[in-house]
Write a protein that binds this ligand. Structure first.
Ligand code: P1T
Length: 384
């Protein structure tokens, strides 16, 4: 049996991994070294300098490729460093079409750094995949999809978008941070690049900041590897180890995240202090059918607007939570709550944010893997 034929639960543990060559260590040692001895100039055992490659990082990169059903993985110092590497593929004058509801830091990177490098960004509501067509020009080089989106958990049909631009020399990149490969495999759906903030579900324990890219195409992998080495935003060996260790339990954590999120979403729906609940598992979620088709479950994130669109009330609620910690980030074992307008999405101008539907009364929950009963009690007392 080829390793690529393994099921997902086997891949997260064994995919791309071999016992260490020196002593058979089952987990890759943390090769905390910057350089490697050469017996003669250019004669070495496959590693020269740790910016170019490091065995612990390579183990993680092989794991990333395996779990995303890709051929090549690359690990970066953060999710944003991974996005930055993708944008460095572009030339001045190139155009990008991105989803209008996306992580504030991605928007900031696009608008504040790459716009001045001569890249043009168009934002559109990709819940209707057709909205992409009207924006495609001969200058379009990249489609940037986030699904489920951060923070409104909109669902974008990856295959439909990929089909629209097939054969047009336009790269389709999917930020798979919110879903993780346990829920969705963008490369199988026609995407060219999968990106991760491995800080989130892949790492899974809120103890590391990391990013990753996975691709299939040899030439694209070569260009990204060149950028990774030339720009140098690589993930260090200790952090690579932490992400690799996190990945080994991704499947069991994700099951519990999904179960708990379903219970939390069900509790919030119909609560008098809550207006809209955003969770793709609801049948009335606008793209529920697409979520059912392209994902294996509905994820661990739930967002909601406080009744009456009341900003002060939203702040009071997040301040009162005791089991949920008020903090940026998501995807760790512990439950977190965030207020996107003032935290993760504060770098998006208010009018742009409101246009995408991210109100000041929005609360975002990263539902952890605690007892769901305790999470619901906590929300009940805070909403009460
Ligand atoms: O934080 P970093 O590892 O650089 O990843 C950036 C990033 C990229 N894409 C998505 C969808 C993200 O959610 C993030 C980081 N997001 C948060 C810190 C947050 O709380 O939403």
């Amino acid at each position: 049996m080829k390793k690529s034929d393994f099921g997902f639960n086997t891949k997260v543990i064994h995919g791309g991994q071999t016992p260490d060559k020196a002593y058979g260590a089952v987990m890759p040692p943390i090769y905390q070294t910057s350089t490697y001895a050469q017996s003669s100039p250019g004669k070495h055992k496959g590693f020269e300098y740790s910016r170019s490659a490091n065995p612990t990082r390579s183990a993680l990169e092989n794991s990333l490729a395996s779990i995303e059903n890709g051929a090549y993985g690359l690990a970066f110092a953060s999710g944003l460093a991974a996005i930055d590497a993708v944008l460095k593929l572009l030339e001045p004058g190139d155009e990008v079409i991105a989803t209008n509801d996306l992580y504030g830091g991605s928007y900031r990177l696009f608008e504040r750094l790459y716009k001045k490098a001569g890249i043009k960004f168009h934002y559109t509501d990709m819940r209707d995949a057709g909205s992409v067509s009207a924006l495609v020009t001969t200058a379009t080089k990249l489609i940037w999809i986030e699904t489920p989106t951060n923070p409104l958990l909109n669902i974008i049909d990856i295959q439909a978008v990929a089909d629209l631009v097939r054969g047009k020399s336009i790269l389709v990149a999917v930020d798979n941070t919110f879903a993780s490969p346990f829920l969705q495999l963008p490369l199988n759906l026609g995407a060219d690049i999968v990106m991760h903030s491995a800080t989130k579900y892949l790492g899974g324990h809120s103890d590391v900041v990391a990013g990753g890219l996975v691709v299939n195409d040899d030439a694209l992998a070569g260009k990204l590897y060149f950028i990774q080495n030339a720009s140098g935003a690589i993930l260090g060996p200790s952090d690579s180890y932490l992400v690799l260790r996190g990945i080994k339990t991704l499947h069991v954590r994700m099951q519990r995240h999904c179960e708990n999120a379903a219970r939390v979403a069900g509790f919030l729906k119909g609560h008098p202090a809550v207006d809209v609940v955003y969770w793709p598992g609801f049948e009335e979620h606008p793209n529920h059918e697409i979520a059912k088709r392209q994902m294996t479950d509905f994820g661990g994130m739930v967002s909601f607007n406080v009744s009456g669109d009341n900003y002060e009330q939203a702040i009071a609620i997040v301040e009162k939570l005791k089991v949920f910690t008020l903090a940026e980030s998501l995807g760790g074992v512990e439950s977190l709550a965030g207020h996107p307008a003032s935290m993760t999405h504060a770098s998006i101008p208010k009018e742009v944010r409101l246009e995408s539907g991210i109100k000041d009364s929005l609360i975002r929950l990263s539902v952890g893997i605690e007892d769901s009963r305790d999470l619901i009690f906590d929300l009940e007392q805070a909403l009460g």
